[in-house]
Every structure is written in C-alpha cells, then in structure tokens.
Design a protein. Structure first.
Length: 115
C-alpha cells in the first residue's frame, strides 16, 4: 500500500478469521501483513512542540488470505502458511520462531493498517 490507510476489523468469521474494510482498492493483496492496534495518547516533540501523532498499542498482526475490492479476509500471522525456506535461512534465524501471546484479544472495531 502506498499510503498508510487505516481501516477497521468489521466482522469475525469463526474463531480466528477476520474481515477488514480495506481491500484491493486500498492496495491490499493476499499475503500482505496488517498490524492491529488501538490508538493511544497524542505525542508532541518536546523540542518543537510539533504533534507526532498518536502512540499505537499493537494488539497483533494479521496476514491477508483473500482480498476483494473493498474488503479482505485475514488470519493471525501465526496461523498463516509460510512459504518454504531454504535450510541456510532457517539456520541463520536467530529468533525462536514463536511470538508472545497477544496482550489483548482482537475484536470487531479494532484499527488496522498495512505494515
């Protein structure tokens, strides 16, 4: 997505599939990663006083499974199917591969935007 369009989760499908109100018209395609967040306090630069925007409390990440013109279906990142990786890439990975549990559950109305 060329510009940071903010959308919302508009429907829950089953246990962990979500419909968001951004789709192909907003630049989304299958495989795109979304961040789910709650907007927090507005932050100003202490030197200039210039507003920097609202701090985001990240609730989790979704991966687009299917995009339609004005909406998309997405699943939690940990449930998305990854493309196979070559052994050297797996061995070079310094992380554990596990993400911490979500601090707060996702819900209809949460904000989303492409990462």
């Amino acid at each position: 997505m060329s510009e940071a369009r903010i959308g919302r989760i508009v429907k829950q499908l089953g246990d962990d599939r979500w419909v968001v109100n951004l789709g192909v018209e907003a630049g989304l395609k299958a495989g795109d990663r979304l961040v789910v967040f709650e907007p927090g306090d507005e932050i100003n630069d202490p030197e200039t006083g210039e507003p920097l925007g609202a701090l985001e409390e990240v609730k989790g990440h979704l991966v687009v499974e299917h995009a339609q013109p004005r909406m998309a279906v997405a699943v939690p990142e940990e449930a998305a199917v990854e493309a196979p990786r070559v052994l050297s890439a797996v061995l070079a990975d310094t992380g554990t591969g596990r993400r911490p549990p979500r601090a707060k559950p996702l819900r209809v109305g949460d904000h989303v935007r492409a990462c």
